[in-house]
Unconditional design. Structure first.
Length: 494
């Protein structure tokens, strides 16, 4: 048999794919993310199954699936094609480039299928009474065709833009997060209108997704487009150019704008033994491309709520704006677990010896990192909310709640750090980073608790009480920092 025969090529591809799956088992499958998507799908399906007939129900499931699964496609799943998990080892194997590409695509398709099943199987299981067995079985298959088409579009946009305009791609990611939240809120608020939709009479916005929903009610003869899209998208994925997109390490305008905050923190807050970790994390972590691609777009979520709230305020009156701004001020900390999980990420993880051999204590490293994250990410976000609140004429509200909200975010940051950061800062390559968050046991209770605090603060916190609460939070911060600092170490000059 010739060396380039099909069976031998498939065998090499199978071995490459098995190596990737073995690496995935070692670094951890996204079990928590899959469980979160499945639980969310079941909850939403139970909420809408009695309000929607079978066809609008399927259309709603496909639309929400496309919106929600677009987010991991641009972060963790997209990283599969941004980074070769096997690195130089796989590149040194006697295999053709097309075989390596096919193995990477198989890896991506397996993870994509897992997310599709986690989302669409609960929808199929909980479908309304008028749905037949064939429609229930077909919904995950049509969902896979839709998500595959979306994945192909996003991956090609990723590959083309990252090599030429990385900042543009980050902005597009942020805009997509904003669009996802806005559209989801509109969908949930427009169930009566959605229930009236009929095949072939949808509005223009539904046409792309409706093509994948019509086979459920018009027979499988109308499934030609989904089938063609699967074949075409598979071919396009195999044609994705290999290699890493180059990116520079130039200093951006945002770093220059944040320089006064860094200077003030170093002069008044950061201790001498924390200075090294603070400067390293403050300057190096934002320049990591994967950190920017996976964390910055999430800022589109509070912007989306502000957009929806501002438009709702025009119809509902000023209390809308105050309630929304209070909610945003207190729930920004929900973003912290996602950010903290990526603190160890670095494409130059071999340089971690700088931290391992530095004459510093563990408490100084943790303290400097926490302060760098707060000054570089959390405080600028709160200053943005302050500016937006002033623009919305909510100075009285901000006088009451802004400072307690900022100090509470710092306290939450200190408490979350040991639960979310599992390695030294800038010490883990992207392909080895475990970003599985405990959504049910950590993020969800945090979101609920902070939402309740926002409601209570907006209703009962006067500005004198707010100053008292802020003073109490400052005292707690001082006590936590002293506890973290530990006993003095003369060898470190403390």
């Amino acid at each position: 048999m010739p060396s380039n025969g099909l069976p031998r090529s498939l065998a090499r591809t199978r071995h490459l794919a098995r190596a990737r799956f073995a690496l995935a088992r070692r670094t951890g499958w996204p079990v928590h993310a899959l469980a979160f998507h499945a639980g969310l799908a079941a909850v939403v399906a139970l909420l809408v199954r009695d309000a929607l007939p079978p066809y609008p129900y399927a259309l709603f499931a496909l639309a929400m699936g496309a919106l929600l699964l677009a987010l991991p496609l641009l972060s963790d799943l997209g990283a599969i094609l941004r980074h070769d998990e096997g690195g130089e080892w796989i590149a040194a194997l006697p295999a053709l480039p097309r075989e390596r590409t096919l193995a990477r695509v198989l890896h991506l398709l397996l993870l994509l299928a897992a997310f599709v099943l986690a989302w669409f199987v609960p929808w199929a299981w909980l479908a309304p009474a008028g749905s037949g067995a064939g429609a229930r079985l077909a919904l995950p298959l049509l969902g896979f065709a839709l998500i595959l088409a979306l994945a192909t579009l996003l991956i090609w946009a990723q590959q083309l833009l990252l090599a030429r305009a990385e900042s543009v791609f980050v902005l597009l990611e942020t805009a997509l997060f904003l669009l996802v939240v806005v559209v989801l809120l509109r969908l949930l608020g427009g169930l009566p209108e959605l229930a009236e939709l009929q095949p072939g009479r949808e509005g223009w916005a539904w046409q792309p997704i409706a093509c994948f929903a019509r086979p459920l009610v018009q027979g499988f003869w109308s499934a030609a487009l989904p089938l063609v899209s699967v074949v075409l998208c598979g071919a396009l994925l195999l044609a994705v150019p290999a290699g890493e997109a180059r990116h520079g390490q130039r200093r951006g305008a945002l770093e220059r704008w944040l320089e006064p905050l860094r200077w003030a923190a170093v002069r008044t807050w950061v201790r001498n033994d924390e200075r090294g970790a603070f400067e390293l994390v403050f300057r190096a972590l934002p320049r990591e491309r994967e950190v920017a691609l996976r964390t910055y777009p999430i800022l589109g979520i509070p912007l989306a709520f502000l957009w929806v709230g501002a438009s709702g305020a025009q119809a509902s009156g000023e209390p809308w704006r105050a309630d929304l701004l209070a909610l945003l001020c207190f729930t920004v900390s929900v973003y912290l677990p996602v950010l903290l999980v990526h603190v160890p990420l670095s494409e130059s993880a071999q340089a971690v010896w700088i931290l391992r051999t530095a004459p510093r204590s563990e408490s100084a490293l943790v303290g400097g990192t926490i302060k760098a994250v707060f000054v570089r990410w959390v405080l600028p976000l709160y200053l943005t909310l302050l500016a937006l609140g002033l623009a919305l004429a909510q100075a009285e509200l901000l006088l009451r709640i802004w400072l307690p909200a900022v100090l509470l975010a710092l306290l939450v940051l200190r408490l979350l750090y040991p639960r979310c950061v599992r390695a030294l800062p800038l010490s883990t390559p992207p392909e080895e980073l475990r970003s599985d968050l405990d959504w049910a046991g950590l993020v969800a209770p945090l979101a609920v608790g902070l939402t309740l605090l926002a409601a209570l603060a907006n209703r009962f916190l006067t500005w004198p009480v707010g100053l008292g609460v802020a003073a109490g939070l400052v005292l707690v911060e001082v006590l936590l920092e002293r506890n973290l600092r530990g006993p003095p170490d003369p060898a470190l000059g403390r």
